[in-house]
Design a protein around this ligand. Structure first.
Ligand code: FE2
Length: 473
């Protein structure tokens, strides 16, 4: 029986919930790492740590359940959710800045509206997000105590949370860790480690469990290390408390359905959309005579195809009438980003590594220009092929992509150039040395082709590795 790690799937879903709750990617991953670190300090056993791990990773699982209503009340559901997560209702300064996303005048109106409806609409909204978390959490196979912690996402230590039914130690330790970790991560994004420590310190005994805060302040190193982990995805996967949860490969369809449902809840016009697309795709694949593997891949792709929708305000999705140019750009951006990253991936995988020169004509613009002081200049598809062949020949090069990010029409790729020095390079005859050189490339995409490139790489390191320059002592 082929199985896959449940945490890998949950981590991907966590990234989708970051989009749906208006936060930068990896907020859920870092919240999970902080909860794990502080839970370790508190001496929790593996079962309790696993509850906190899953709860913190998916604390925003219900993020899209009330998106339509939030957009209706507060113009922008994503800005509202961001504000809610950082809001301290016991702090007048925190309350006074609520609504700032809409400008001074409209912000004041939204603040007044919030205060007017918080006691009545707040519990309804929380209940619907908790119901969504519980339903999705059960289908995902989350631990029962992790699902219970998700019910307490908006509760507080002092009982001033929503719905306000639990306080103090009647909140599970998983929930209390989740609260602390989330506040640390939110404050860290603007104030760094000092800001995170100040924020949790200020909330001790109010929002947060004072004993957990005291543990953190007495020894902040584990929390700071968790906040500043270079690769949070890898750290979450490696850090899952034992035993590692695994699911049958056949169950992945059910997990993919949870992604689709999360995306479809974003807008009242799209409920059931992803499942409908998946059923249609599956039927088309069947009629086309595709095998079970291909059908399964297509079905799962259909189930997750609209996850990017969650990153756009429901106020835009549900706007009657035409969108402004800026709103249209927001709607197109997730699709554009994904397409641009695929182009970058093809550049490195197919053109550079698989050495399929025909790909250059497909993905490189006729007026492409490469910049960068360390490689031969290049123009157009032919220039790219010539530029790459230098390293394919001299180093038997392999472009080992480490990470890809995109924004607007740019894609940023960090990669390591690996190889064996088998031919002359930069005037240095072959030495047979193995090399590994850090590099960063920015690509500009226009009309679905790569139009411009800027690359810098560690030329000095390469020269040292092939013995052309002395290495530092
Ligand atoms: Fe769709």
């Amino acid at each position: 029986m082929v199985t896959v790690g449940l945490t890998e799937v949950l981590a991907a879903l966590s990234l989708a919930t970051d989009l749906g709750s208006g936060f930068a990617p990896e907020k859920g991953l870092r919240t999970c790492l902080v909860a794990l670190a502080v839970g370790g300090q508190a001496g929790l056993d593996d079962g309790e740590l696993a509850d906190a791990f899953q709860g913190a990773l998916l604390q925003a699982l219900g993020c899209t359940a009330y998106a339509t209503e939030n957009a209706w009340h507060f113009d922008d559901d994503l800005a509202f959710q961001r504000a809610m997560h950082g809001l301290d209702v016991s702090d007048p300064v925190s309350l006074a800045s609520f609504g700032s996303w809409a400008g001074a005048k409209r912000g004041a109106e939204l603040r007044a509206h919030f205060l007017k409806i918080a006691a009545t609409v707040g519990p309804q909204a929380t209940q619907s997000s908790c119901e969504a978390s519980r339903a999705l959490g059960t289908r995902l196979g989350l631990r029962p105590n992790a699902i219970a912690a998700l019910d307490h996402v908006h509760e507080r230590w002092d009982g001033l949370g929503i719905p306000g039914r639990c306080s103090g130690t009647s909140l599970s330790v998983a929930a209390r860790l989740m609260h602390l970790a989330a506040q640390a991560v939110i404050a860290h994004s603007t104030g760094g480690a000092p800001g995170a420590l100040t924020a949790v310190g200020q909330r001790a005994g109010g929002h947060l469990d004072p004993e957990l805060v005291a543990l953190v302040l007495a020894d902040p190193d584990p929390l700071v290390a968790a906040l500043e982990t270079a690769d949070p995805l890898a750290a979450v996967i490696a850090g899952e408390p034992p035993p590692k949860a695994r699911v049958d490969r056949d169950a992945v369809d059910g997990l993919a359905e949870a992604f689709g449902d999360l995306a479809d809840l974003k807008c009242r016009f799209t409920l059931g959309h992803s499942r409908g697309v998946a059923a249609l795709v599956d039927r088309a694949a069947s009629l086309a005579g595709l095998g079970d593997d291909a059908r399964g891949r297509l079905r799962r792709a259909a189930l997750v195809h609209d996850v990017g929708r969650t990153s756009v305000s429901t106020g835009i999705w549900e706007r009657p009438g035409p969108l402004s140019a800026g709103e249209s750009d927001q709607v197109r951006r997730p699709r554009m980003s994904a397409d641009n990253e695929v182009l970058a991936r093809r550049f490195f995988d197919e053109l550079c590594n698989a050495r399929d020169d025909s790909v250059a004509d497909e993905i490189i613009a006729a007026d492409y220009v490469a910049h960068g002081p360390q490689a031969p200049p290049a123009e157009g598809p032919e220039g790219v092929k010539a530029r790459i062949s230098v390293y394919q020949d001299a180093l038997d090069g392999y472009w080992d992509v480490q990470e890809i990010h995109s924004a607007g029409d740019r894609v940023v790729v960090r990669w390591i150039g690996r190889g064996n020095h088998v031919g002359e390079l930069m005037g240095v005859p072959a030495t047979g040395a193995n090399v590994a050189v850090d590099a960063i490339t920015i690509l500009r995409i226009a009309d679905e082709k790569i139009a411009e490139e800027w690359t810098v790489w560690d030329a000095l390191g390469l020269l040292q590795q092939v013995g052309a320059m002395p290495a530092p002592a």
